[in-house]
Design a binder for this molecule. Structure first.
Ligand code: PML
Ligand code: MG
Ligand code: MG
Length: 258
């Protein structure tokens, strides 16, 4: 049980106006911080937004809120990296992994047909595996997963143990995927960055873990993707509430990640 007051710190930044006024999404980020570390948390987010390869923002919002609920702790998803030679190979592997995770082929095809819709959003889109349709009602905003973090020192220990380079980006994506995929309604997640300089993406699910694929788009491409394939969309409101509001801390202990 964490005794000290903790705060959710969230950032969103855009260019040519705020997101809601049609501005281009530049960057978003999440931190959970103690009161005494708030300055550092804000600085991390500020830095992320001000140095993003999608461009310089002219709108930014940083919001701080006390977390008034108990914080769940859980270990990160298992991570694997699949090296591929080309985007085509990477995309084929991504589709195969989604199928393995239980997403029907027709649904995968429909998601890919609507892929353009999910680019440029600051959040994710939700796809029902039964209807093959987008089921969230967040149009050009998407669903933003929030209130989650992983202590940098603990993350760095995990990265060293797993022979991975320390990367704020990987940490953030793994935290998000861990939160999303531990919910029973999530079947799988498909993601690649909207950062034109970053082409590695991943497929994640409970059984597969977090499977990084080294090429899911071409360098220079600003189109990203984040889709949650969901089962049992009937209680969509509580699912979205979980993603947006339930606080989660990732914590890793050596020898306890099987
Ligand atoms: C992002 O940049 O927003 C998503 C990055 C996904 C892949 C991170 C990784 O290399 O594991
Ligand atoms: Mg981003
Ligand atoms: Mg932090």
């Amino acid at each position: 049980m964490i005794e000290e007051n903790l705060f959710s710190v969230r950032m969103r930044a855009s260019k040519n106006g705020a997101h809601e006024d049609g501005g281009k999404h530049i960057s978003g980020g999440e931190q959970i911080s103690t009161y005494s570390h708030l300055k550092d948390a804000v600085n991390v987010l500020l830095d992320k937004a001000l140095t993003h390869s999608r461009g310089n923002p002219d709108f930014m919002q940083i919001q701080i809120e006390l977390i008034d609920k108990p914080i769940t702790k859980c270990k990160p998803l298992q991570v694997g990296t699949i090296e591929v030679e080309s985007v085509e190979e990477g995309q084929l592997i991504a589709r195969n992994l989604l199928e393995q995770a239980g997403v029907p082929i027709v649904c995968i095809e429909k998601a890919y047909q609507q892929m353009k819709e999910c680019s440029g959003l600051r959040g994710a889109i939700l796809f029902d595996i039964h209807s093959g349709k987008r089921v969230d009602d967040r149009s050009d905003k998407g669903v933003r997963v929030s209130r989650m973090d992983w202590l940098t020192t603990n993350y760095e220990k995990w990265a060293t143990y797993n022979n991975m380079l320390v990367s704020q980006r990987v940490k953030e994506a793994l935290v998000l995927a861990t939160k999303v995929n531990r919910h029973p309604a999530t079947v799988a997640e498909l993601c690649w960055s909207d950062d034109p300089e970053y082409i590695t993406g991943y497929v994640a699910s409970k059984e597969l873990g977090y499977q990084r694929i080294t090429k899911l788009k071409t360098y220079g491409d600003e189109h990203g993707c984040r889709i949650f394939f969901v089962n049992g969309a009937s209680d969509l409101d509580s699912y979205i509430n979980y993603l947006e509001n339930e606080p989660l801390f990732v914590q890793w202990e050596e020898g306890n990640d099987a």
